[in-house]
Design a protein around this ligand. Structure first.
Ligand code: FMN
Length: 174
Protein backbone atom coordinates (compact mmCIF):
# COMPACT_ATOMS: atom_id res chain seq x y z
CA UNK A 1 0.00 0.00 0.00
CA UNK A 2 1.23 3.48 -0.83
CA UNK A 3 1.56 5.92 2.02
CA UNK A 4 1.23 9.58 2.86
CA UNK A 5 4.24 11.87 3.22
CA UNK A 6 3.67 14.90 5.46
CA UNK A 7 6.11 17.70 4.62
CA UNK A 8 6.32 20.91 6.60
CA UNK A 9 8.29 24.10 7.06
CA UNK A 10 9.40 25.94 9.28
CA UNK A 11 10.97 24.46 12.24
CA UNK A 12 10.47 24.89 15.97
CA UNK A 13 7.19 26.82 15.89
CA UNK A 14 3.47 26.39 15.32
CA UNK A 15 3.84 24.67 11.95
CA UNK A 16 6.13 21.95 13.27
CA UNK A 17 3.94 21.42 16.34
CA UNK A 18 0.80 21.23 14.19
CA UNK A 19 2.49 18.89 11.68
CA UNK A 20 3.27 16.48 14.51
CA UNK A 21 -0.31 16.64 15.79
CA UNK A 22 -1.67 15.87 12.33
CA UNK A 23 0.87 13.06 11.86
CA UNK A 24 -0.36 11.50 15.13
CA UNK A 25 -3.94 11.45 13.84
CA UNK A 26 -2.96 8.81 11.26
CA UNK A 27 -1.98 5.16 11.73
CA UNK A 28 1.87 5.34 11.71
CA UNK A 29 1.93 2.50 9.16
CA UNK A 30 0.25 4.81 6.65
CA UNK A 31 2.26 8.03 7.01
CA UNK A 32 5.82 9.40 7.13
CA UNK A 33 6.81 12.89 8.21
CA UNK A 34 9.74 15.11 7.26
CA UNK A 35 10.67 18.76 7.13
CA UNK A 36 10.68 19.88 3.53
CA UNK A 37 14.44 20.52 3.37
CA UNK A 38 15.44 17.01 4.50
CA UNK A 39 13.08 15.27 2.08
CA UNK A 40 14.55 13.79 -1.11
CA UNK A 41 11.98 14.33 -3.91
CA UNK A 42 13.27 11.21 -5.66
CA UNK A 43 11.46 9.23 -2.94
CA UNK A 44 8.09 10.66 -3.92
CA UNK A 45 7.09 7.56 -5.92
CA UNK A 46 6.64 5.67 -2.61
CA UNK A 47 3.75 7.94 -1.76
CA UNK A 48 0.19 8.43 -2.89
CA UNK A 49 -0.46 11.75 -1.16
CA UNK A 50 1.77 14.57 0.05
CA UNK A 51 0.40 16.78 2.79
CA UNK A 52 2.16 20.15 2.86
CA UNK A 53 2.11 22.17 6.09
CA UNK A 54 3.08 25.84 6.06
CA UNK A 55 2.32 29.27 7.48
CA UNK A 56 1.83 32.68 5.93
CA UNK A 57 4.57 35.06 6.93
CA UNK A 58 4.21 37.60 4.13
CA UNK A 59 3.29 36.33 0.66
CA UNK A 60 6.21 38.00 -1.07
CA UNK A 61 8.69 36.18 1.14
CA UNK A 62 7.06 32.91 0.26
CA UNK A 63 7.18 33.35 -3.48
CA UNK A 64 10.54 34.95 -3.97
CA UNK A 65 13.40 32.63 -4.80
CA UNK A 66 15.37 33.67 -1.75
CA UNK A 67 18.03 31.40 -0.37
CA UNK A 68 16.01 31.01 2.82
CA UNK A 69 12.75 30.32 1.04
CA UNK A 70 12.58 26.58 1.44
CA UNK A 71 9.14 26.17 -0.13
CA UNK A 72 10.21 27.83 -3.32
CA UNK A 73 13.29 25.60 -3.45
CA UNK A 74 11.12 22.52 -2.84
CA UNK A 75 8.67 23.41 -5.62
CA UNK A 76 11.55 23.84 -8.08
CA UNK A 77 12.98 20.42 -7.06
CA UNK A 78 9.52 18.93 -7.53
CA UNK A 79 9.28 20.41 -11.03
CA UNK A 80 12.62 18.76 -11.79
CA UNK A 81 11.15 15.30 -11.06
CA UNK A 82 8.71 15.67 -13.96
CA UNK A 83 5.42 13.79 -14.11
CA UNK A 84 4.38 11.91 -10.97
CA UNK A 85 1.16 10.27 -9.80
CA UNK A 86 1.22 12.15 -6.51
CA UNK A 87 -1.78 14.09 -5.26
CA UNK A 88 -1.58 16.87 -2.68
CA UNK A 89 -3.39 18.32 0.30
CA UNK A 90 -2.31 21.16 2.48
CA UNK A 91 -2.81 22.90 5.80
CA UNK A 92 -1.91 26.52 6.30
CA UNK A 93 -1.44 28.45 9.52
CA UNK A 94 -2.34 32.09 9.85
CA UNK A 95 -3.63 34.72 12.23
CA UNK A 96 -7.08 36.21 11.55
CA UNK A 97 -6.76 38.88 14.23
CA UNK A 98 -3.43 40.44 13.22
CA UNK A 99 -3.58 39.72 9.46
CA UNK A 100 -7.30 39.75 8.50
CA UNK A 101 -6.54 40.99 4.94
CA UNK A 102 -4.07 38.20 4.18
CA UNK A 103 -5.41 35.32 6.21
CA UNK A 104 -3.68 32.04 5.19
CA UNK A 105 -2.59 33.43 1.82
CA UNK A 106 -0.04 30.60 1.65
CA UNK A 107 -2.89 28.18 0.81
CA UNK A 108 -3.33 30.08 -2.48
CA UNK A 109 0.37 30.09 -3.31
CA UNK A 110 0.47 26.34 -2.76
CA UNK A 111 -2.61 25.87 -4.98
CA UNK A 112 -0.98 27.87 -7.81
CA UNK A 113 2.19 25.79 -7.59
CA UNK A 114 0.23 22.52 -7.71
CA UNK A 115 -1.81 23.76 -10.68
CA UNK A 116 1.39 24.65 -12.56
CA UNK A 117 2.58 21.05 -12.15
CA UNK A 118 -0.87 19.51 -12.80
CA UNK A 119 -0.86 17.93 -9.35
CA UNK A 120 -4.47 17.29 -8.23
CA UNK A 121 -5.40 18.60 -4.80
CA UNK A 122 -7.84 17.27 -2.24
CA UNK A 123 -8.83 18.47 1.22
CA UNK A 124 -10.54 21.80 0.59
CA UNK A 125 -12.18 23.29 3.66
CA UNK A 126 -15.22 25.54 4.25
CA UNK A 127 -14.63 29.19 5.20
CA UNK A 128 -17.55 29.23 7.64
CA UNK A 129 -16.61 29.97 11.22
CA UNK A 130 -13.55 32.12 10.42
CA UNK A 131 -13.41 35.92 10.75
CA UNK A 132 -11.22 37.66 8.20
CA UNK A 133 -11.67 40.21 5.43
CA UNK A 134 -9.56 38.81 2.58
CA UNK A 135 -7.53 35.74 1.69
CA UNK A 136 -5.70 34.45 -1.38
CA UNK A 137 -6.20 30.99 0.12
CA UNK A 138 -9.89 30.81 -0.66
CA UNK A 139 -12.35 30.74 -3.56
CA UNK A 140 -16.16 30.54 -3.53
CA UNK A 141 -16.42 29.83 0.17
CA UNK A 142 -13.72 27.14 0.28
CA UNK A 143 -10.11 27.31 1.42
CA UNK A 144 -7.73 25.34 -0.83
CA UNK A 145 -6.72 23.32 2.24
CA UNK A 146 -7.21 23.31 5.98
CA UNK A 147 -6.95 26.83 7.46
CA UNK A 148 -5.73 26.93 11.04
CA UNK A 149 -5.34 29.82 13.45
CA UNK A 150 -3.56 28.25 16.40
CA UNK A 151 -2.65 31.68 17.81
CA UNK A 152 -6.28 32.59 18.47
CA UNK A 153 -8.27 29.35 18.24
CA UNK A 154 -6.26 26.40 19.58
CA UNK A 155 -9.36 24.41 20.70
CA UNK A 156 -11.13 24.86 17.37
CA UNK A 157 -7.92 23.87 15.60
CA UNK A 158 -7.87 20.45 17.25
CA UNK A 159 -11.46 19.75 16.13
CA UNK A 160 -10.73 21.02 12.62
CA UNK A 161 -7.65 18.82 12.30
CA UNK A 162 -9.59 15.73 13.42
CA UNK A 163 -12.37 16.34 10.92
CA UNK A 164 -9.98 17.18 8.07
CA UNK A 165 -7.79 14.11 8.64
CA UNK A 166 -10.83 11.85 8.80
CA UNK A 167 -12.02 13.26 5.45
CA UNK A 168 -8.57 12.56 3.96
CA UNK A 169 -8.60 8.98 5.28
CA UNK A 170 -12.03 8.46 3.77
CA UNK A 171 -10.88 9.79 0.38
CA UNK A 172 -7.82 7.51 0.36
CA UNK A 173 -9.84 4.56 1.74
CA UNK A 174 -7.40 4.11 4.64
C1 FMN B 1 6.19 38.46 10.30
C2 FMN B 1 4.90 37.68 10.30
C3 FMN B 1 4.02 37.88 9.25
C4 FMN B 1 2.80 37.18 9.22
N1 FMN B 1 1.95 37.37 8.17
C5 FMN B 1 0.76 36.71 8.15
C6 FMN B 1 -0.14 36.90 7.06
O1 FMN B 1 0.10 37.67 6.12
N2 FMN B 1 -1.31 36.18 7.08
C7 FMN B 1 -1.63 35.33 8.10
O2 FMN B 1 -2.69 34.70 8.05
N3 FMN B 1 -0.77 35.12 9.15
C8 FMN B 1 0.40 35.78 9.20
N4 FMN B 1 1.27 35.59 10.25
C9 FMN B 1 0.87 34.66 11.35
C10 FMN B 1 1.55 33.28 11.24
O3 FMN B 1 1.23 32.63 10.03
C11 FMN B 1 1.09 32.39 12.41
O4 FMN B 1 1.44 33.00 13.63
C12 FMN B 1 1.69 30.98 12.37
O5 FMN B 1 1.06 30.21 13.37
C13 FMN B 1 3.21 31.00 12.54
O6 FMN B 1 3.73 29.69 12.43
P1 FMN B 1 5.24 29.37 12.87
O7 FMN B 1 5.30 29.54 14.38
O8 FMN B 1 5.52 27.95 12.49
O9 FMN B 1 6.10 30.34 12.15
C14 FMN B 1 2.47 36.28 10.29
C15 FMN B 1 3.38 36.10 11.33
C16 FMN B 1 4.58 36.78 11.36
C17 FMN B 1 5.53 36.57 12.51
Amino acid sequence: MKKIILLYWGLGGNVERTANMIYNMFDPETIDISDVVSFDVNNLSKYELMILGHSTIGAEDWQEAKADNEWNAFFRRLEGVGKTNIIAASFGLGDQVLYPDHFVDSLGIYKDEMDKMNIPIIGSWPTEGYKYTDSDGEKDGKFFGLALDVDNEPELSQERMLKWTSEIKEKLKF
